[in-house]
Design a binder for this molecule. Structure first.
Ligand SMILES: Cc1cc2nc3c(=O)[nH]c(=O)nc-3n(C[C@H](O)[C@H](O)[C@H](O)COP(=O)(O)O)c2cc1C
Length: 210
């Protein structure tokens, strides 16, 4: 019995996330419908007042797919990426913890169980908005050579995903704001990101508080 408990303690220390992680399986994304593109462009805007109401699973799944889902059999996505390196990971920060979007498995993989929303931006709404995307780039995917060039590509790749989110928000009457005003190093530490992996921008998404 003692041996079993000792083994359990060792396992917990070595793989805490494997033992406690609560991944969120998403419903299949609906790839039809929505407002016409020209209407979405006409409605696209930044909106900074959020209702506390969480997006239902189907809307969240649709949003994630629109943002950075796989849209072709070869694994390419709804947003382009420089050299098709797909350097961006879409982190989802909520009250219940931090998750990474696994587009292939269509689920949110839990990375942490703490509420880190307050670290995702410097504005008041970051503390209470139910859902914040954090765009994180693995710069090492662009090779060892040019760091500046990798950061440039990471910023562009993030902007393209962020615009997908803006258009989805316009189509679904949601509120969103992309945010560069954040302490990237502090958030990277809170997210336990390795050195080559950088926070680029954050983007709360939710229902508008009118
Ligand atoms: C790279 C980038 C960073 C931004 N950072 C912030 C931010 O930290 N906080 C904020 O409230 N808005 C931020 N914005 C939103 C802009 O203020 C907003 O897009 C601009 O005022 C134009 O408004 P519109 O999006 O409604 O056209 C950012 C936009 C971009 C493109």
């Amino acid at each position: 019995m003692k041996k079993l408990i000792a083994l359990l303690v060792v396992a917990l220390m070595a793989f805490p996330s494997a033992v406690f992680a609560k991944d969120i399986k998403l419903p299949s994304p609906e790839k039809k419908g929505g407002k016409p593109l020209m209407e979405c462009l006409a409605k696209r805007k930044t909106f900074r007042r959020f209702s506390p109401k969480m997006l239902p699973p189907q809307v969240l799944s649709n949003l994630l797919w629109a943002a950075w889902g796989i849209n072709r059999p070869d694994g390419k996505r709804t947003a382009p990426s420089a050299l098709n390196k797909q350097d961006i990971s879409l982190y989802v920060v909520m009250h219940s913890g931090v998750y990474v979007y696994d587009a292939k498995a269509n689920k949110l993989v839990q990375k942490k169980s703490d509420d880190l929303r307050q670290f995702c931006g410097a504005q008041e709404f970051h503390k209470t908005v139910p859902l914040i995307f954090v765009y994180v780039s693995d710069l090492s995917k662009f090779g060892k050579g040019g760091h500046a060039h990798a950061k440039f590509y990471a910023a562009v790749d993030t902007g393209l995903i962020s615009q997908n989110v803006y258009l989805f928000a316009a189509s679904n009457d949601l509120a969103t704001v992309v945010c560069g005003w954040l302490d990237r190093n502090q958030l990277a530490k809170k997210l336990d990101l390795p050195k080559n992996v950088r926070v680029v921008l954050s983007q709360p998404v939710g229902y508008p508080r009118l």
